[in-house]
Write a protein that binds this ligand. Sequence first.
Ligand SMILES: [Zn+2]
Length: 478
Amino acid sequence: MEYEVVVGLEVHVELHTESKLFCSCPNSFTSDPNLNVCEVCLGFPGTMPLLNSYAVTQALKASLALNCEVSLHSRFDRKNYFYPDIPKGYQISQYFIPIGSGGFLEIESEAGEIKKVGITRVHMEEDAGKLVHASTGEYSLVDYNRAGVPLIEIVSEPEIRSPQEARRYLEKLKSKMQYARVSDCKMEEGSLRCDANISLRPQGSSGFGAKTELKNMNSFKAVEKALEFEIKRQTELLENNEGVKPQTRRWEEDKGKTIVMRDKLQAHDYRCFVDPELAPIVLTTEEVENTRANLPEFASQKIERYVNDYNLPQYDAEVITADPKLANYFEACLQQYPHPKTVSNWIMGDFLALMNAEGKEPDKVLFTPSYLVELLKLIDEGTITGKMAKDVLEKSFDSGTSPREVVEEEGMEQISNEDELAEIVNRVMADNPSSVNDYREGKKKAMGFLVGQVMKATSGKANPQVVNEILKHKLEED
Ligand SMILES: [Zn+2]
C-alpha cells in the first residue's frame, strides 16, 4: 500500500530580550551553570512573577511575521508536571489562548510550487532548565540558567508531506525570525529547537494514523534524517499489521535511529489552569498595527527586489539574503558603490570563503563594507589587478588594515607607467633576441613568452594590457 506522510512541527524559539520572562535575570547564553538565576526563576515559595513587556512585543512581532491573527486578550496558564529541570513544578505557558493563531508560512513544495503551510498557533512560555547527565550514568546535574528564558512555541498544521518540506519550512521559519530580530535561532546554543510529529496514512485517506513525536534533533539535517528513519520504521510496522504506538521517541544521531523515550502524554495529563498570579496580556489594535507596519523587509521580498531592481541572478539574491547580516553587508556596500553584480561576486566568492573558513559573522568581521568598496575602487583605478586584489582582501581580512594601506605597505601597486615599463620591455627584448626574431618571422606565439618575461621581471605587478601594447609596438615598428 502507498502511504502519505503527515508531519507537523513544533518549534521552540528563544526570544531575544535583555532579561528573562518573569524576573530581571539576564537572558544570555553562558556555559557557567546557575549563574543567571534568582528566587523567581528558581521557584522559591512566596516569589511573584512580573511579566517582561518586551518579550510580549517580540512574540507579537513573531506572530505577525508568520501571518497570524493576534489575540488582543490572552493569558498565561500553568502546565503542571514534575521534572527536576522545572523548579516550580509547573511551566508558565499560554495553553487556552495563544497570542497568535491561524497563520501560515510559504514554502516550496516537492513539486516546486509555492505551498502554504498553516500555523496553528504561536504561544509564549518560559523555558525549562537543563539537565546535564554524567557520561558514567551515575548522576545528573541541573543548570537553571535557561529556566524562565522567554520562548515562543510555533505549532504547524500537519500539512508537511516530506522530510525535505520539513527542512524548507524550518529554514524559512528561521529566516523570518532572524530578519524580525526575534531570535538569533542558533540551534547549537538551543535558541531554536524542533520536535516533529509524524504519522502515515493510506494515500488518499483524510483521517490520521497514530503519530510519534520525535525529539533531540540538533540540526535541520538531523530533522530530515530522523523523519526519513521514522517513515521507514512506521511503514514496516503498518505493512506487518503491527500498528504504530503513540510514543515520544528520541533521535540518536550516532546510531542514525529513533528510540522510544516514553508513551505520549495527553494534554489532560498537565492539568492546565489560568495562572492566578499573572494579569491578562492586553494589546491594542493600534499597537498591533504599528508593529505590523514596522516589520522588516523579509528575505523573499529582498530577493524580488535584488532581482528586479539590481538585475542580480536569482541564485546570487538567494545566497546573499540567506543571512540578514550578509544582506545588510551587501546593502551597505551598494550605498557607496552602486554596482550590485560586482559587489555580489566579491561577497559570494573570496569574502564568504574567508568568513566561513574562520567561522565569522558578517557584522563582526574587521573587513567592513567600506573596505570592500575601497578594494573595488583600487581595481577600478588600475592600482591593483583583480588577481592582486584577492591577496589584498585576505591580508586586510586577517589584519583589519585597510586595503589601500595593505597595498602601500606591501608595495603591491600595479605598474602602469609607460616609461618605466618601456625600459623593462627593452631589457627583456635585449635578453631574448631569438624570441624577438621568432616574432618578426611570423611566430606570433613568441609574444606570450615575452609578456611572461616582463611579468616575471616585475613580480607580476606590470599592467598586462600596457605591456602588451608597448611590446607589440616595439616588435612591429623597431
Ligand atoms: Zn531569575
